[in-house]
Design a protein around this ligand. Sequence first.
Ligand code: HBI
Ligand code: FE
Length: 312
Amino acid sequence: MATLAKTDQDYSVLPHMPDDVFTAPLKRPEHVGEDWLEPAQTVYDGDDDAIWNDLFARQMEVLPGRAATAFLKGLERLDLSRGGVPEFARLSAELEPMTGWSVVPVPMLIPDHVFFWHLANRRFPAGNFIRTRETFDYIQEPDVFHDVFGHVPMLTDPVYADYMYEYGKAGWNAMRYNRLKALGALYWYTVEFGLIEEADGIKAYGAGILSGPTEAVFAVEAESPNRIMLNVDRVMRTDYVISDLQPTYFVIESFEDLYRQTVERDFERLYRNLPPSFTYANSAIIDVDNLVHRGTQEYLLRGGRGSGAAPV
Ligand code: HBI
Ligand code: FE
């Protein structure tokens, strides 16, 4: 069976990046090393903890009935409602016996290859800062609330946890073929904006959905966006925007299905066959799609974010 990553890669040390592989240029702060890990987690004050608590309370108003069962169970198992920004050492001590994952602090967005390397070691890099009251509703940089509230509960699910690990290993291969954009689309439409079919309807498991109040409702219930059954091959050829609600969401049957589709796909062949820089538009419906809901795209047609259009 073809697997995502070459098995001969040693992930115990940060593998060397060939000079001809393109990665987004990021200036490394002086206080972090090659692994981009912060020496220690920020000590948050009472105001920070209050921001966390308010964000938490706002999400809990919308998530019951809309968030995946695995996510809500993860929140409980990690006792994330105890109040205040969680300590990563405590989270890691609880996560490790469940799925082998730990949570480590990073200052900002880190380079792709370093991010993938941490995932391939079952370490989840999480922001070492929290948004301010001024940026309460929307920030582009992933802060500790997005990273810990949005991502970490899902890492208590053993199959999902294995998917993230396989994804990290796959990053290396994608870089060799300069196909990070294609693999990034898979991350985007699963880990960040994924939906799952449950017995009582479609629920959200993507961290980008679960960490914001508007998208949690929009993704699951609005008429506007397309909802399409996930096909890994198709998703990896799909464009994505990071600055607005998604025109299309992809739905999985189960985490087993997501894991299986991903590890069974021969990514090397996919990378070789992808014409350079080809993508489907992110609002497109194509003939291979198994459609759950054909979106009206009303939100997008009215101009999206910035136009003041209501997310319908
Ligand atoms: N860095 N801190 C941080 N968080 C991310 O989610 C992240 C990153 N660097 C790269 C990256 N994600 C991408 O490689 C993935 O979104 C595909
Ligand atoms: Fe994220």
